[in-house]
Design a protein around this ligand. Structure first.
Ligand code: MF3
Ligand code: CO
Ligand code: CO
Length: 254
């Protein structure tokens, strides 16, 4: 397989899908409070995507995934399945939204603190977001995937966090997951060279403890083996002739 180069028409559709995914995260923010269940968050997002955005929640039935969003709490790394579990004060949660609009995907996630969170949880969340943006800063024609991974790995490890290796960023377009694999660790100059028109996600997952994970019996929920806290942030990024454009930017980031 090779990395597709999107044309102007495809890029415009990806801009729309990306903006919609970002707007779901903005919409859900005031609902992420103690006492709400992740099923309720799922239902609110599902209805908003389907009815207000006239779009499709990509996770629903994707390879058997049963819900419209992923909700990953505390020691859950990613792919948490919404359930009847209530959020409680002090929890940290990643909400991962992928929408399909006019056949194209937009994929983005962010961390929320439920009520107030501990200082050590906040520090993990902040460093993980910094890792995402350090990775994004690398994106321009001529740099390599290894440059992105290296920037992320260096910042995470210099702050004594570990990086999950089993999951990575990915090309995205008409398919949810396309080439390339965008690793969150690596060596400068290694891997594929970026070209204008490529679109992929960067979505680092950092743990306070060791990097190792296990998948629960539900076949999806990935948790830290040592039960330490984990955080993740994700954006969908276009390589432009001069650098990059983040297709899933929220107002709070502009
Ligand atoms: N949104 C996730 C990603 O960033 C993928 C979720 S797959 C699902 O790649 F089936 F769990 F939804
Ligand atoms: Co993704
Ligand atoms: Co995602």
């Amino acid at each position: 397989m090779s990395i597709s180069i999107k044309n102007e028409a495809e890029i415009n559709k990806m801009r729309i899908a990306g903006k919609l995914a970002a707007e779901v995260l903005e919409m859900i923010e005031p609902h992420v409070i103690p006492g709400i269940t992740t099923n309720e968050l799922d239902q609110i997002c599902h209805d908003y995507i389907v009815n207000d955005q006239q779009a499709i929640p990509a996770p629903l039935n994707y390879r058997g995934f049963p819900k419209s969003i992923c909700t990953s709490i505390n020691q859950t790394i990613c792919h948490g399945i919404p359930s009847e579990k209530k959020l409680k004060k002090g929890d940290i949660i990643n909400i991962d939204i992928t929408v399909i609009k006019d056949e194209y995907h937009g994929d983005t996630s962010k961390m929320f603190c439920v009520g107030a969170s501990s200082q050590h949880a906040k520090r993990l969340i902040d460093i993980t977001q910094e890792c995402l943006f350090l990775g994004i800063e690398q994106v321009k024609p001529g740099t390599t995937l290894g440059d992105i991974g290296h920037a992320i790995q260096t910042h995470a490890e210099s702050n004594r966090y570990s990086i999950v290796r089993e999951f990575c960023g990915h090309g995205i377009g008409k398919n949810f997951h396309e080439d390339p694999h965008v690793m969150h660790f690596g060596k400068p100059g290694e891997g594929d060279i970026l070209e204008a028109g490529m679109i992929f996600t960067i979505e680092p997952m950092l743990n306070i403890g060791k990097r190792h994970m296990k998948v629960l019996k539900d076949g999806w929920t990935a948790v830290t083996k040592d039960r330490s806290l984990s955080a993740q942030w994700e954006h969908t990024i276009l390589v432009t002739p001069t650098g990059h454009e983040v297709l899933t930017l929220r107002k709070e980031e502009m």
